[in-house]
Design a protein around this ligand. Sequence first.
Ligand code: COA
Length: 331
Amino acid sequence: MGIKILGTGMYLPEKVVTNEDFTKIVDTSDEWITKRTGIKRRHISQGEYTWVMGLKAATSAIKNAKINPLEIDMIIVTTISADFAYPSMANVIQGKLGANNAFGIDICCACAGFVYGLDMAQRYINTDSDINNVLIVSSENVTKTVDYTDRSTCVLFGDGAGAVVVTRGENQAYSYLGADGTGAELLYAHLYPANNGFTDENVALENSKAFPNETGRYMYMEGQDVYKFAISAMPYAMEKACEKAGLKPKDLDCIIPHQANIRIIETAAKRMNVDMDKVFVNIQDTGNISSACIPVCLTQLLEQGKIKSGDKVGMVGFGSGLIYGAIVITV
Ligand code: COA
């Protein structure tokens, strides 16, 4: 019982926006953004669809895994920024890949999405002998949900995709997943208004105020509350996942945290009693790309030879929901 990683891939859009670029559209500075977040630049989509970025990352992961798309049994797409209400991103990507033997599922688990996807992949592989190879694609076009007149949110996010092929292996991954739905109103973005051919505009306007701070189609975020949640939830989830693996976070060879804010990452590392040299950080170059952060980090770690076969890697995410999750995997 267990899984192993066969191949990884990533895609970041060509367009790079620096902190300096933001000073031209909102009242901010490179110094503020760097000091408060650790971000220097981020890649942003120029109208590239979420599925297109996901397909590019998936194609690279499949190539690295040295398998044929027909050998994929299941596709899990994690995203909070799907292109369509329907069909699923997983079905679109299945069709474009020609992965005709795979079925597909989308999951919306915000910035913890990849951890949830990996956990799900292992559960399918462990319980269904027909499922051997699972493709997880985490693709995000978060910037389309961001208000570029709101300096407290717009500087934080980027776009991109990461993908991983996992297969049946000897080492069990250990996970710990959780949520606090009372925090759903702290970070959200609406999808479509619930209007139809019989909608009374005045009644609809009242009904649309279901959450206290409506921002139309754009992201609403209580940054400080999310920050407080993150610095407790990340160490808690990582410690719980490690406990199941019979380890402490400091025993891990490497930790890949969700890349939301360098101060969150450093505080969480301190609380886990882990040195920052074991914690992978690329936030300076990507910003927060939601569920794509962790598989992009994983791909870069493998490409740079910073992790090797047999290493124990902890991945931990948190985000809108409020949601959290950690997983310990042997690469
Ligand atoms: N440039 C300059 N000033 C800014 C700014 C920006 N881009 N954004 C906010 N400010 C200002 C605020 O208006 C405020 O000004 P004031 O004191 O005059 O009112 C001041 O900076 C401090 O704001 P505050 O919200 O207290 O800053 P902070 O240190 O909490 O940092 C976040 C703000 C958003 C970076 C931080 O709260 C955070 O990272 N939260 C978690 C968000 C997150 O991770 N979300 C995604 C989850 S997956």
